[in-house]
Design a protein around this ligand. Sequence first.
Ligand SMILES: NC(=O)c1ccc[n+]([C@@H]2O[C@H](COP(=O)([O-])OP(=O)(O)OC[C@H]3O[C@@H](n4cnc5c(N)ncnc54)[C@H](OP(=O)(O)O)[C@@H]3O)[C@@H](O)[C@H]2O)c1
Length: 371
Amino acid sequence: MFDALDTELMARALRLARNGLYNTDPNPAVGCVLAQGAEIVAEGWTEPAGGPHAEKVALAAAERRAAGATAYVSLEPCCHVGRTGPCTEALIGARVSRVVCAALDPNPLVRGQGVERLRAAGIAVEVGLLESAARELNCGFFSRMSRGRPWVRSKIAASLDGRTALANGSSQWITSAAARADVHRWRARSSAILTGIDTVLADDPSLNARAEDLQLPVDQPVRVVIDSRLRFPATARMLRLEGAVIVFTTREDTGARQALMAAGATVEHVAGGDRCDLRSVLARLAELQINDIWVEAGKALNGALLGEGLIDELVLYLAPKVLGDAARGMFALGVLDSLDAAIELELDDVRQVGPDLRIIARPSTVSGAAR
Ligand SMILES: NC(=O)c1ccc[n+]([C@@H]2O[C@H](COP(=O)([O-])OP(=O)(O)OC[C@H]3O[C@@H](n4cnc5c(N)ncnc54)[C@H](OP(=O)(O)O)[C@@H]3O)[C@@H](O)[C@H]2O)c1
């Protein structure tokens, strides 16, 4: 069904899609290549939300050379009228003869209907080329659409013996400048950065994306703080920086809420009693069109998220130093009585970043369908 040329051109569409990773939220980042045989006539990727989708960018560049071409698109073309007109109609109008999609769009407004519309117009459509890479690239969008919750990545900077902060709370900086620059690129591609109130109280972090080396327009991620008792200080640094701040609480305390709102935060009430119910937090964030979350929290929140099976991916930076067992660990979890109860992980990527080691690992339970 697909030949080597198809694979090469779809791989190119996927590479182009990566250019949109930092600014298409809440839309997926998509790439498109228009080719007449082996000759590429035009290409494009999704512009920031509200701008044209990848197909339209490529069609505009191709002009009349789109007629009879094959369109390689990393996600099924949309068929609904969103902020921009349907891409299916643009492809039909330009008289392309074949469309190859890497994956169907999981959005219930599309999900196979884009393909049907193209076929009904007499265009040959094939689906599934490099599908897992396409789903991986937009795992947040797939997760939000198929599971009703964002993709959750937790970053932890630690010593080689797995310690994230000294007993006195000091943690800046365990890892190198190179690792921290890598973190800023991850922050920049995330819809939101999530932390626990105790990290805010200990570090007063900015939690923004400072990724000057990217040389791409970056939308600042939303900062999310889990704070059952509304201890968040209205003077926190992050409130003075560009980008939205959402504080989740279980409290009704109107005085504290009003002070925070006056300081620029949005306060969301969530179920939970003593502690914010983390599943409800994630469901609410999906409603707010948050595709993927980058967690930078301490062992309490990381332990709760991991223990509840809510972490999809761990991004661990391990500095070649030892802090000893009086320093704090990565996850506050209950005592295990058996090794069978261990949370099993699968390594996805291991590399050196500056002097540090970066390990990306996924709990074995994370379903492939989420991405
Ligand atoms: N090395 C790293 O990568 C890294 C990254 C970030 C932070 N840190 C360090 O971590 C330390 C802070 O860590 P921490 O463990 O004390 O705090 P944390 O994980 O940042 O925040 C924990 C707080 O979140 C609130 N929370 C609300 N709902 C919760 C739930 N369902 N489960 C768990 N917590 C919930 C709780 O306070 P309420 O009950 O009041 O809501 C809890 O005390 C600091 O020293 C900081 O420097 C290290």
